[in-house]
Design a binder for this molecule. Structure first.
Ligand code: SAM
Length: 230
């Protein structure tokens, strides 16, 4: 059962972390609407019974298949960096539990989200339907190729660590759009990057914060042995 005190505490921790890291992230405070979305989405619904008592701790938790639901502070920060608003269409790479997609769905027009592990894609899709999120489309697929049928996107968020920024994702970003992605090899530290495309199509990259994510896999991902032979 969702407890107001637990959620209040999660929100306080997110605001504290935002303040502690502002020198690095350049984000002094999170948009009120992002905090409201974090308050509204029941994180306990996105973890198994075993982890429900920890659902509002500011920590990643296992979701099966060796994957995790991300730390709430990082979810909130990445959401804020996308500058969400009701006109935007966002691509997420790495559906996992569906939690990040649910948070975004309250702030934007449409979320398209790709998950490479079929079992996780199936569970997340059923969960999001059951919880009544109608503007999220989940598909099983390799996010290294983006989602050409729905491109270009106003924003792209990648929730697994890539060896480099997949070029296709840069192409699928609209002018004025932002791409938020952790980059680095599987070993720590990885860097959360924020790329911004201007109206001329030029891309500026900003380092945001050191982070720790599970690897982006698939074609060109951190487990692609061919990349070592190129
Ligand atoms: N956003 C998720 C949530 O809210 O629960 C957490 C994502 S978890 C940290 C990273 C996810 O990315 C895993 O579920 C993993 O299977 C997925 N993933 C890894 N490589 C991928 C790829 N190439 N395409 C799509 N999903 C990928």
């Amino acid at each position: 059962m969702m407890k107001k005190a637990d959620i209040d505490e999660m929100l306080r921790t997110i605001e504290d972390e935002t303040r502690y890291t502002r020198g690095m992230t350049g984000v002094p405070s999170l948009r009120p609407e992002v905090l409201a979305a974090m308050r509204q989405v029941p994180r306990e619904e996105f973890v198994s019974n075993f982890y429900k008592t920890m659902a509002y701790d500011n920590t990643p938790l296992p979701i099966g298949n060796g994957q995790t639901i991300s730390q709430p502070f990082i979810v909130a920060l990445m959401t804020d960096l996308l500058r969400p608003d009701k006109d935007k269409v966002i691509l997420e790479v790495g559906t996992g539990s569906g939690y990040q997609a649910a948070v975004l769905s309250l702030l934007v027009r449409q979320v398209y989200t790709l998950e490479i592990i079929p079992a996780l894609a199936g569970v997340a899709s059923a969960r999001l339907k059951r919880l009544g999120y109608t503007n999220i489309e989940v598909s099983r697929g390799d996010g290294n190729s983006g989602w050409p049928e729905h491109a270009p996107f106003d924003g792209i968020i990648v929730t697994a660590s890539a060896p480099h920024v997949p070029p296709v994702l840069k192409e699928q970003l609209k002018p004025g759009g932002r791409l938020v992605i952790p980059v680095g090899l599987t070993a720590m530290p990885q860097e959360l990057l924020m790329l911004e495309k201007n109206d001329k199509g030029e891309i500026r990259t900003r380092h945001v914060l050191s982070v720790s994510f599970v690897p982006l896999t698939g074609n060109g991902g951190n487990d692609d042995t061919r990349k070592n032979n190129l």
